[in-house]
Structure formats: C-alpha cells, structure tokens
Design a protein. Structure first.
Length: 415
C-alpha cells in the first residue's frame, strides 16, 4: 500500500476512534483522557493493532497538542490575576509542593531511578489536571462556590511553577552542567518576568495589535505567534509549552475570548492526539509490573492533595464542608503529568508505564473524589449523638408533717 494512502487510512481510523471514545466518555460522565490513553496502548508497539505509517505525523500532532493546551490555559488568566494569586496563596502553593512532590521523589529513589528520575516523578505527582478539574467543577455546578477560587488559585500557582520546573527538568535530562542549568533557569525566569511585565503594562497594546474582526485572520495570527514563540522558547532551552502559556497570558479581553473560542476545537483534537501518542510510546506489557507501585502512589498522593485543598480552604476562612470539597477536587492528574513523563521517558524508560498507570487511576478517581469526599468526610467525622437519660418514673407522693396554728397538718408533696 502506498505510504500516503496508509497514512490517510490510519489517521482517519484514529480520529474516528477518538470521536467515538469521547462520546462514550461524555455519556458515562467521565473524562475521555483514560480512554485516549488506552487507545494509544492498543495502537502502539506491543498493542492489538500497531500503527506504522502515521507514527511521525502523530508525534508532531502531539507536540502541537501540548502547545495548544497551555495556550488555552494561559488565555483563561490575565497577568493581574496571576500576580494576585501569587500574593494571596503562595503559602498554600508551598504546602502543595512539599506534600505532593515528596511521594513521587521518594518512590523514584526507592525504585532506583536516581536523582533525575526523582525530580521527574516528583513533577508527575505534584501537578493536578487543570483541564479535568475545570470540567468537573462545571459538571458539578460548583463554579460559584466559595472554595472554587481557592482551587483555581492553586492551579494557577502550579501552572506558573511549571515555567521554572520544566526548564530545570529539561536541563537535567540533557545532562547540562550546574552552570549551564543555572543559566537556563535564569533565562527562563527572565523570560517569564519580562512577559508578565509586558502583559501587565502593555497587554492592551499587544491585544490591539493581534485583534481582528475577521475570525480567519485572528486564528492565523494567534496560532502562528504561539508556534513561533514556542519554537523560540525551545531554542532558548525553555519549554515550548511554557512559551505558549506566556503567549496566552499576554493576550486579554475580547482577543483572548475570541481566540479561545476559535482554538478550542483545535486544542481538543490535538490534545487527544497527544494522549494517544503517549499511549503509543508505552508498551502495554510494561504496565503490569508497575501497577502496584502506581496504585500505592495514587493512594498516597490522593490523600496529600485532599490535605492540600483542606489547608488552602481553611486559610481562606472556608468552613468544613467547603474544605473537604476543595481537597477532593484537586486529586485528578492529567496533561501535565503526561507531559513531564514524556520528557523524561528518554532518560528513564520505566517512568512512562508508571506515569500512564498512575494517570489512568487518578483521572478516573479524581471526579469521584470531587463528588464524594465531602459527604464521606461528614460520615467519618460525625459525632455520635449523646443519649438523653430517661426521665425517672414518678415516685409516690410522700407525706410531710407541718404544724399550723398549733395543730398538726399533713401535707402531701409530689417527688
């Protein structure tokens, strides 16, 4: 069969399968990410029907998927909102970092993966899935709840932290020296700081320059600018995903809203391709040996995320039920965990199967914890009602003797 013909057939089959899986997930009420990962496992090396002709195209589509995921995430926030979240919720962000990186780093060291593997797996267990959590909040009707800004604040801090973490991880994976790593980090911090400054001071000018009444022109300019900045960021050893995120932050107002509506279908398509590609790069036979560690890690980090949300909501003055809801909502892991594992798989191949199993578990469990953590905590912490002692049975009247006007009088008194 001609290569182009095989490519079209394979791509058509992949996209059709993704559409059917997405519809199935929508009817069941779950995130489609687990089904996309399973589809990748089925079509990858060692799967039921391995793909050949479309592998290179899917790899390029996966890169675009990551860039669009981060661009759309950046479009949801303004630079001022990010600065406000950093000022008010940095203690909660610090607790989130400590509680949720420690299990991943410890597990990697116990498995003998070394310091670089520890840094990578710590990132996998640290970052919650903004996409899954946003969908869950909408599905449960909690967007107006008091604890929701707390949850979103932690997600914003995590997303910003990726601008520092990903360049460090990239440098470590590339074997860059300490001096080279420090330079990379300084470049990354300088880039992030410069973009935030420009977005705060001149965001309207940038948005006005990009703005267009023609939807086609707006789509082309925003997409082209994002891919260009992502490529330049990659050349500067700053993650392409972070570059796309910063472009999203720099755009605001009607331009951000218009670009988001135009790019959302593209984001959904290429993000699905990204998850499939990660599954393609993982041999299903490698998952059973790491299933138990993945399960133990999932349980541990689900508990640490609940503790993180509870603490953050408590700092914000939210009462008990809202604290538990915030904690349960943060449990889901997804796109960022897969991105980090995808970067690290070249240095530590075993992290791919473990991360796949880990994300599969928590992307399914996450919506359940968001829904049921608060009522379950209420059952477990409910105090038993104190028993009211039974009223004593009425005693027989007892006679009391008294004297009145010198005469003896017997008065009956009820007990």
């Amino acid at each position: 069969m001609h290569h182009t013909t095989a490519l079209l057939i394979e791509l058509g089959a992949i996209i059709l399968a993704l559409g059917l899986l997405g519809r199935l997930a929508g009817r069941v009420g779950f995130s489609p990410i687990p089904l996309y990962l399973l589809a990748g496992l089925a079509f990858g090396h060692g799967g039921i029907l391995p793909l050949q002709a479309s592998e290179d195209f899917v790899a390029t589509g996966a890169e675009i998927g990551v860039i669009l995921l981060l661009l759309l995430l950046g479009l949801e926030y303004s630079a001022s909102e990010l600065v406000t979240s950093l000022k008010t919720q940095y203690p909660s962000g610090a607790v989130d970092f400590v509680l949720n990186t420690a299990p991943g780093a410890g597990a990697a060291l116990l498995l003998g993966w070394g310091p670089v593997g520890a840094v990578a797996l710590a990132g996998v267990t640290w970052i919650s899935s903004s996409g899954v959590i946003a969908k869950v909040l909408g599905d449960l009707g909690r967007l107006g709840n008091r604890e929701t800004p707390v949850v979103l604040g932690i997600l914003v801090i995590e997303d910003l932290a990726m601008a520092v973490y990903l360049p460090i991880l990239t440098a470590l994976l590339a074997g860059v020296s300490l001096a080279g790593g420090a330079v990379t980090l300084l470049i990354s911090l300088g880039t992030v700081g410069a973009v935030l400054y420009v977005a705060l001071r001149h965001g309207r000018l940038i948005s006005r320059a990009v703005s267009s009444d023609n939807a086609e022109m707006l789509l082309l300019v925003v997409l082209g600018l994002t891919l260009l900045v992502a490529g330049l960021a990659q050349e500067l050893q700053v993650s392409a995903a972070v570059g796309a995120f910063l472009v999203g932050i720099a755009l605001s107002g009607e331009v951000a809203e218009g670009a988001a509506s135009l790019l959302t279908p593209l984001r959904d398509l290429f993000a699905a391709v990204f998850f499939v590609f990660f599954g393609l790069s993982t041999d299903p036979a490698d998952i059973p040996p790491v299933l138990l560690p993945a399960l133990l890690l999932a349980v541990a980090t689900a508990l640490t995320k609940v503790a993180t949300g509870w603490y953050a909501a408590r700092r914000a003055g939210i009462r008990g039920k809202g604290r538990w809801r915030a904690g349960g909502t943060l449990v889901a892991r997804g796109e960022f965990s897969i991105v980090i594992a995808g970067l690290a798989v070249g240095v530590e191949p075993r992290i791919g199967p473990l991360a796949t199993a880990y994300v599969l578990i928590l992307v399914v469990v996450g919506p359940l914890t968001a829904r049921y953590t608060e009522p379950l905590a209420g059952l477990l912490t409910r105090r038993p009602k104190s028993r009211v002692p039974a009223a004593p049975s009425p005693a027989a009247p007892s006679p009391v003797h008294a004297e009145e006007d010198g005469q003896s009088v017997t008065v009956t008194v009820d007990a």
